[in-house]
Write a protein that binds this ligand. Structure first.
Ligand code: FAD
Length: 324
């Protein structure tokens, strides 16, 4: 019997989030040809985004487009998703392991009395079994799990599973009616963005991170310039955040964000275990530190012993030339 899969899509700043395409790819790794995939997208004035999304799956896209959905509100989103679940009775629901996904997934799992696997970084088929890998203890160990039952709820860590490719036969777009829940217990009054970066930190392919060695707010400017040239994002250690050199929204580590970019450039960061917890899974790690004994060099693929205020502008210049 064919099964139904649901992917909860995410829109941010008027764009489809990359992790949604990664969640679609995750579904394509586990589903059979006869199974049906439905992407659910919620927002305001999202016709173009829904159209774009439809190019990545051969199934259906449920579109909820309403002014009240302009800003994410867990209560409203969950009310809608419950309706979708009741209609489709899915075998599995996939979400990004983002702030939104981390909030909605347990609500969905509790509602369906389903098993949940969070922060999945890879999926493998082994015979009839589907094996999900997820990091433990801040990336110091990994566990491989499988579901023994359905429904199943899965969140996918950004930047680990390749994004889905466009498909030949696009999904059918279905406009869904939205009637707002009558008695909301909370409403979003305002959203204040603390970071101005052009690229989302958790989804960036290249992250240029600064630590206490950056020494001041102005010290982050050369890092931002390098990140801009590479179309990357700027991150930070807690040392830099605590010192007031940057916003806590940039903090990477055990108590900050977890990033897994293609390239992580750590500038003036010593490499404390709590920092490594947020970036050790990066594909290539480059460390710039003037102390040759800094622990970050033990993890780094490439190390530059030197003053970051000399090295970073040189890198920026060289990349500018190379990418011109
Ligand atoms: P430092 O350790 O002070 O290192 C600064 C580095 O800059 C040094 O290695 C120095 O050689 C180098 N340097 C100085 N000047 C230059 C220069 N001009 N050029 C090149 N290099 C230079 N930390 C996190 O990052 N993220 C977390 O999520 C986190 N969570 C924590 C949770 C708990 C419960 C605790 C106890 C700690 C946590 N920490 C976290 C803090 C962590 O232990 C470290 O204190 C912190 O990561 C240190 O930041 P840093 O590397 O920027 O600073």
């Amino acid at each position: 019997m064919s099964k139904s899969y649901v992917v909860v899509a995410e829109v941010r700043d008027g764009k489809l989030r990359q992790v949604t395409l990664e969640a679609l790819q995750a579904v394509s790794l586990v589903k059979e040809d006869s199974d049906c995939v439905t992407a659910v997208i919620l927002g305001h004035q999202i016709t173009d985004i829904a159209e774009q999304l439809s190019q990545y799956l051969n199934g259906q896209v449920y579109v909820y487009d309403h002014i009240d959905l302009k800003t994410y509100n867990a209560e409203i989103h969950f009310t809608i998703i419950k309706d979708v679940l009741n209609t489709l009775n899915p075998h599995a629901i996939y979400l990004g392991h983002t702030a939104v996904g981390r909030e909605l997934a347990p609500m969905i799992a509790a509602y369906l009395e389903a098993g949940q696997l969070s922060d999945v970084i890879s999926i493998e088929k082994s015979g009839a079994e589907i094996l999900y890998t997820r990091p433990l203890y801040a990336g110091k160990a990994f566990e491989i799990k499988k579901f023994t039952d359905a429904p199943q709820v899965v969140t996918i860590r950004p930047n680990n599973i390749a994004a889905a490719d466009t498909v030949e036969l696009h999904a059918q777009i279905i406009s869904m009616a939205f009637t707002q829940a009558s008695s909301l217990r909370s409403v979003v009054q305002d959203v204040i963005r603390k970071t101005s970066g052009k690229v989302d930190l958790t989804e960036a392919k290249i992250v240029v991170s600064g630590g206490r060695g950056v020494k001041s707010i102005d010290g982050f400017k050369p890092l931002q310039e390098l990140a801009d040239v590479l179309n990357g994002a700027v991150g930070a250690s807690r040392g830099a955040c605590d010192a007031g050199y940057c916003e806590y929204a940039l903090q990477i580590g055990q108590t900050g964000k977890v990033v897994t970019p293609e390239i992580y450039i750590a500038c003036g960061i010593s490499g404390a275990i709590q920092h490594l917890a947020g970036m050790s899974q990066s594909r290539i790690i480059i460390a710039i530190n003037k102390d040759p004994e800094a622990p970050i060099f033990k993890l780094a693929d490439y190390g530059i012993v030197g003053d970051l205020f000399v090295v970073v502008p040189l890198l920026t210049e060289e990349f500018k030339k190379a990418l011109a």
